[in-house]
Design a protein around this ligand. Structure first.
Ligand code: PLP
Length: 382
């Protein structure tokens, strides 16, 4: 038997305490440098038309590293959809104006004034309550009135109504500052931003300016999908702000849906790594009477004979649409999963996978949205 020296014990302790801290999978790996570079590229495009950027971080909850990276790369505002996230960003000391981009709830009014610098609005009743709270707290809060140009999510639909609302905010609501107007497209109605619909936003802005007798500071012409207009050189000149999330953080929509190549944006700022926990040759058709799976579906299976399949330690609890993941290894096929497992077919892979191997996936918006909030998924910055 070998004698254990003090040195061995010391080394063992170091291993146990800090030297080798095992990574726990699954891992959502976040490359801040790629987020930075994407922000720079979008910023260059926007700078060409004097358009400021609100970096929208809702997809990454209130992750301050993302907000800080966007700010370092030149975003003028940080926006998100939920007040709880705004509150956390405020407490983390973010030094740019915080924009609440979901129309506030009346019940949130006090904390909207407390934590957000700017909010997007469409309801007089809510604006009235915001003003009351702003008076109570001795603050001036900036509001952007939202106009619905046909996407049919938030916003005032009627031009005269929004002009009237703007005039009312300007003249009657002492502690709200009418910062500007904005619109959102491509969300519910999946409506394409065009010179015509964004042009209508700009016409309305001019009418409001005539009514209140001054210029509006912000004309916010939409989200990532509006970058297509910019790229085509068709963005109406009056637009001076965009609210960009997906185009910086995921950068897939413009290329894969709109077929626009914008400055080689990185599509892998966020990737997923999951570990193989079982790997075996099994039949591809379940044995016995097929009934109902864990999610109340009655599935169908194609019988492809015996195939090599791997089981990964990640599942629908971590990301709802696990079967739409996009593996780095193009020969991997995702065949299904349950709450805690993802099953992949590796029969056609050149790589001989084994237990303990790490499988990597590209991600889209919906995946990141779930993974980021999942406590059982480790977030690692590289
Ligand atoms: C989500 C959202 C954005 C950002 O959209 P992306 O497509 O991620 O750029 C902008 N504005 C509003 C109101 C939003 O809800």
């Amino acid at each position: 038997m070998t004698k254990i020296s003090n040195l061995d014990i010391l080394q063992k302790e170091q291993i146990l305490t800090k030297d080798i801290e095992p990574v726990e999978y699954p891992v959502l790996e976040i490359n801040l440098n790629k987020v930075y570079e994407n922000t720079r590229k979008v910023k260059e495009l926007c700078d060409s038309e004097d358009i400021s950027i609100a970096g929208i971080i809702k997809m990454t909850h209130s992750m301050k590293e993302i907000a800080e990276t966007m700010i370092a790369a030149g975003c003028d505002y940080i926006g998100t959809s939920r007040l709880n996230q705004i509150k956390k960003l405020r407490k983390s000391g973010i030094n740019k104006p915080l924009m609440l981009i979901r129309i506030p709830m009346i019940s949130e009014a006090a904390n909207v004034i407390r934590y957000a610098d700017i909010s997007l609005n469409s309801e007089k009743g809510t604006l009235f309550e915001l003003n009351k709270e702003a008076i109570n707290q001795g603050k001036i809060h900036k509001v952007i009135l939202m106009m619905d140009l046909g996407d049919l999510r938030e916003g005032v639909f009627d031009v005269n109504e929004i002009i009237g609302m703007a005039l009312w905010v300007e003249k009657e609501l002492s502690n709200l500052h009418l910062y500007g107007i904005g619109t959102n497209l491509g969300c519910y109605g999946a409506i394409v931003p065009t010179e015509v619909n964004i042009g209508k936003l700009c016409d309305t802005a001019e009418k409001i300016e005539a009514a209140i007798g001054r210029n509006l500071e912000i004309i916010s012409g939409g989200a990532t999908s509006s970058l297509t207009l910019l790229k085509d050189g068709k963005m109406p000149k009056k637009v001076n702000n965009l609210r960009i999330g997906e185009g910086i953080l995921v950068a897939r929509d413009l290329d894969e849906i709109w077929e626009y190549d914008i400055a080689d944006l990185h599509k892998d700022a966020f990737i997923l790594k999951a570990e193989v926990i079982e790997i075996k040759d099994k039949p591809s058709h379940p044995i016995g009477k097929v009934f109902i799976d864990a999610f109340c579906n009655t599935p169908t299976y194609e019988d492809k004979g015996i195939r090599r399949r791997a089981l990964l330690g990640i599942g629908k609890q971590d990301l709802v649409n696990a079967d739409t993941l996009n593996p780095f290894d193009k020969n991997i096929k995702i065949i299904g999963g349950s709450s805690d497992h993802l099953i992949i077919d590796v029969e056609d892979c050149d790589n001989e996978y084994k237990v303990g191997d790490i499988i990597e996936f590209y991600l889209s918006y919906q995946h990141i949205l779930y993974l980021i909030n999942e406590e059982d998924v480790n977030k690692v910055f590289v």
